[in-house]
Write a protein that binds this ligand. Structure first.
Ligand code: SAM
Length: 159
């Protein structure tokens, strides 16, 4: 597969995952897309826009809430190839991204009940975006962790 990971569209919109939600998914080695000055972190190692997390080598268990916009599919594709991690994106289940990289490739998904209250760059809860969210697990162990997490929603195994 010949994929150019450099093309992702960057965005200044910062919707940070509530840390208490990520903690329900266990420990992560890498978050490849974090703010430059994050109010909290979700993983041991964190890449920001200055590192360009999309171009870097990924390792270990990855937590990823990717930058929104057209380039988002490239981040999901990279996690699919890495095959060890959990992503959080909008549940836009009709999109090319879902058909190219999720429905036939992810191990499991969890549709989140209600709307997540994301945090802003100052570490304050800023409210909900206008869309539902979904966690996507790549790798059998991540599917098991997602299933056993206490995150409220509908878990569906895909493989
Ligand atoms: C939706 S936010 C999620 C932040 C964090 N992962 C979380 O869930 O709390 C996406 C983040 O990706 C960062 N970002 C954008 N382009 C990036 C790039 N090329 N490499 C690394 N991070 C990037 C943005 O600055 C933003 O902080």
């Amino acid at each position: 597969m010949n994929v150019t990971f450099e093309k992702a569209e960057n965005t200044t919109v910062e919707w940070l995952t509530p840390p208490e939600l990520v903690r329900m998914l266990g420990e992560f080695d890498l978050d490849p897309c974090t703010p430059v000055n994050p109010p909290f972190t979700h993983a041991k190692v964190n890449y920001n826009i200055n590192d360009n997390g999309l171009k870097k080598e990924w390792f270990g268990r990855v937590y990823m809430n990717p930058p929104y916009g057209k380039g988002m599919e490239l981040w999901i594709e990279k996690l699919k190839i890495h095959n060890n991690g959990i992503a959080l994106i909008f549940a836009r289940t009709e999109t090319k991204c879902f058909f190219n990289h999720i429905w036939d490739d992810a191990d499991a998904v969890l549709f989140v009940k209600g709307r997540i209250k994301f945090y802003d760059i100052h570490g304050l809860q800023k409210g909900t975006p206008g869309a539902p969210s979904i966690f996507i697990a790549y790798g059998k162990e991540n599917a098991m962790i997602l299933e056993e997490s206490k995150i409220e929603g509908k878990f569906i195994r895909l493989k």
